[in-house]
Design a protein around this ligand. Sequence first.
Ligand code: HEM
Ligand code: HEM
Length: 131
Amino acid sequence: MVSTLGWINVVLIVLMASIYPVKLSYLRKIKVQGRQHAEIHGKIYNIIRKTHPILGSLIVLIGLYHGWIAFGRFPLHTGTLVLGTIILMGLVALLGPKIKGLRKSWRSIHRGLGFLLFLLVIIHIYWRNLI
Ligand code: HEM
Ligand code: HEM
């Protein structure tokens, strides 16, 4: 059960990350062929944009349950770092647009944390008890 929930979350995280290549391909299509030829790309991007925060919240809930049945608490552990990074990503995305100093930079911070998340997930899978 613990492993299954963990793997479900890994799949959801990969789905979350797909927003970036989809966005880039949409923007490239607009640039090369014009907005009227990018309608389908735009629809796919919009679906992913709308579901992104919902899936993010689901990952946090599954992560909390997965950690709780694994340990019954949240000690300093690679899993806690993975979950903490996702919660931080959520906070950056929700508060970033509202905070003056973060309005322009929150997307880069969110993406940078995504890269850190990728490394932490690998560590959590292969060297789970490193700390
Ligand atoms: C969203 C965040 C998380 C993801 C994506 C995740 C992912 C995973 C995955 C894929 C596995 C199975 C690895 C395998 O089959 O070899 C796993 C196992 C495990 N995770 Fe997580 N995890 C997360 C959060 C946490 C948290 C918060 C904790 C605890 C504080 C935790 C503790 C564990 C433990 C103890 C195992 C080993 C379970 C066993 O072998 O029976 N994880 N995790
Ligand atoms: C609770 C967690 C999360 C929340 C609430 C959240 C929210 C958001 C929001 C609101 C956007 C802007 C979408 C738009 O263009 O309108 C966004 C973009 C993005 N998110 Fe997340 N996100 C979360 C977790 C994640 C995770 C786990 C990943 C990666 C695995 C991720 C990767 C990205 C990427 C790559 C972008 C595109 C950034 C850009 O436009 O340059 N997010 N996120």
